[in-house]
Ligand binder design. Structure first.
Ligand code: NAD
Length: 501
């Protein structure tokens, strides 16, 4: 696929200190529609000096933003949520063009940002601390959440509005200011999101956006001494490298990284339901969800039947431009991503897994213009194979046989990741045992591995995360720290204060 410029592409800018500005170098980079190769726009290819300017603006704005009462900060966020509702369709169409996901899923991505913004704005009047009795007479004791300062937000391309909202909205509500670096494949959606938030009334410098490469913009943000916290979602390799730097700098970092999610199908499962859910989980968003199901662990007793159903359904999926209502599966985000997916499929073949359907690029008709990959199902996958262990991040799913629940859970847990998992069974004892034993941050019963809701904590165990959660009120913990306050109104020195810490 070669980029195609139809008309002169629109130029976009960074937003720093309340102004739309070019990169100081004047350099730009394109945003490309992966379904057609069309150049959608040019965005600044920022350098270190642009990041430094954005951090300086955010640090200056922090001095006053932290003093704005949380319910007032929330009012701005409510207005932003309302603007997102009004612009949902436009935003979804832009997202489909920039990233390729089918329009209903793009609408879902925008809706997630709307839900998150309303939910967290509600916390503006509930940013609770607590009071507690002191050990001493005539002494009050309470604790409050305090903001951290400038938050650096670094996001991936697969949920270009939902994921930034999970970070930016709680960061702002808690009283931090933000420098946002969107993914290089989806800068336009990021810019529109920042624009809507700013138009809702954020003071200059409170939310800044800087587009450019991870190696430059992301890295300068991570290393900058005036950035107090980094919130990152992306691959495990990038996340761990960022964590190392943050550890050296003593900087707080929240990481959401790769996954290798699995679903278990037991003999008593409703196979119609399981088939529907697994096709959606494996091939929705072209398999490029962090929660996508990439391993189906099926009990021997239903292996044949489930396999036949899944293969028939995968073969019937219609690939195409995500804007067309007839499309089930859009393109993968880029040529580089497509090549990496195909490399894994070749690795799987060499390892002895059998491709039941798919296994190659799709080029029929208009598909030749974009980066399309046929939905792929691997059979005969053995635990320990690379295609069973490593994240492929595309429309590829493994079938793995297990003889009982214990073996299935062992296989499910036998990877370095731990984001999402599911089990299909009609037996309550089986379901509850699985919930207990599955070592992931999210578990579904009789549902695919996707479909999280914003008011519950979202995140993964092991090499998927570092213990923080996005979503839920837990999101506030990333962007605030506790301050304990003691007020002595006895009028004299009470000794316990100096005898203890
Ligand atoms: P990526 O790691 O390549 O990039 C993520 C972000 O980091 C981008 O904005 C990128 O520009 C930036 N970046 C790259 N190098 C950097 C550096 N040296 N310093 C600072 N920033 C840098 O990931 P991606 O390809 O954009 O996204 C796909 C990955 O994201 C998959 O592994 C997927 O599982 C993961 N993901 C995880 C979750 C989750 O919640 N666990 C959600 C969505 C995506």
């Amino acid at each position: 696929m070669r980029p195609v410029a139809t008309v002169a592409p629109e130029k976009y800018r960074n937003y720093i200190n309340g102004q739309w500005v070019d990169a100081r170098s004047g350099e730009t980079m394109p945003s490309i529609n992966p379904a057609t190769g069309e150049v959608l726009g040019l965005v600044p290819k920022a350098g270190p000096e642009d990041v430094t300017a954005a951090v300086a603006a955010a640090a200056a704005a922090y001095k006053t933003w932290r003093k704005v009462p949380a319910p007032r900060r929330a009012e701005i966020l409510y207005r932003a949520a309302e603007a997102l509702v009004r612009q949902k369709e436009d935003l979804a169409q832009l997202m489909t063009r920039e990233l390729g996901k089918v329009l209903p899923e793009a609408r879902g991505d925008v809706q997630e940002a709307i839900d998150m913004t309303y939910f967290i704005a509600g916390e503006g009047r509930r940013l609770h601390g607590y009071t507690t009795p002191s050990e001493m007479p005539n002494k009050a004791a309470y604790c409050v959440r305090a903001p951290l300062g400038v938050a650096g937000v670094i996001t991936p391309w697969n949920f270009p509005m939902a994921i930034p909202s999970w970070k930016i909205i709680p960061a702002l509500l808690c009283g931090n200011t933000v420098v946002f670096k969107p993914a290089t494949y989806t800068p336009l959606v990021g810019i529109r999101f920042a624009e809507i938030l700013n138009e809702a009334g954020l003071p200059p410098g409170v939310l800044n956006i800087v587009t450019g490469s991870g190696a430059v913009v992301g890295d300068v943000l991570v290393e900058h001494p005036d950035v107090a916290v980094i919130s990152f979602t992306g691959s495990t390799s990038t996340g761990l490298a960022i964590a190392e730097k943050c550890a050296r700098l003593g900087k707080r970092v929240s990481l959401e990284m790769g996954g290798k999610n699995a679903a278990i199908v037991m003999p008593d499962a409703d196979l119609d339901l399981a088939t529907d859910a697994l096709i959606w989980s494996a091939f929705g968003t072209t398999g490029q969800r962090c929660t996508a199901c990439s391993r189906i662990i099926v009990h021997t007793a239903v292996r044949r039947e489930l396999t036949d159903r899944l293969v028939a359904r995968a073969k019937a999926l219609r690939l195409g431009d995500g804007l067309l209502p007839s499309t089930d599966v859009g393109p993968v985000v880029s040529e580089a991503q497509l090549e990496s997916i195909h490399e894994y499929v070749e690795i799987g073949r060499r390892e002895g897994a059998r491709v039941l359907t798919g296994g190659g690029r799709a080029r029929d008709g208009d598909l030749a213009r974009g980066s399309f990959y046929a939905p792929t199902i691997f059979d005969n996958v053995i635990p320990g194979m690379r295609v069973e262990q490593e994240e492929i991040f595309g429309p590829v799913v493994d079938l793995i046989e297990a003889r009982d629940l214990d073996e299935a859970v062992r296989i499910l847990n036998g990877v370095q990741y731990g984001l999402s998992a599911s089990i299909f069974t009609r037996d309550v004892n089986t379901a509850l045992r699985a919930i207990d034993d599955i070592a992931t941050g999210i578990v579904y019963v009789n549902h695919g591995t996707i479909g999280a809701e914003v008011h519950l904590p979202f995140g993964g165990t092991k090499q998927t995360g570092n213990g923080h959660r996005e979503g839920g009120i837990q999101a506030l913990d990333v962007f605030s720290e506790w301050k304990a306050v003691y007020i002595d109104y006895s009028g004299r020195l009470q000794r316990a204060q100096i005898d203890k810490d």
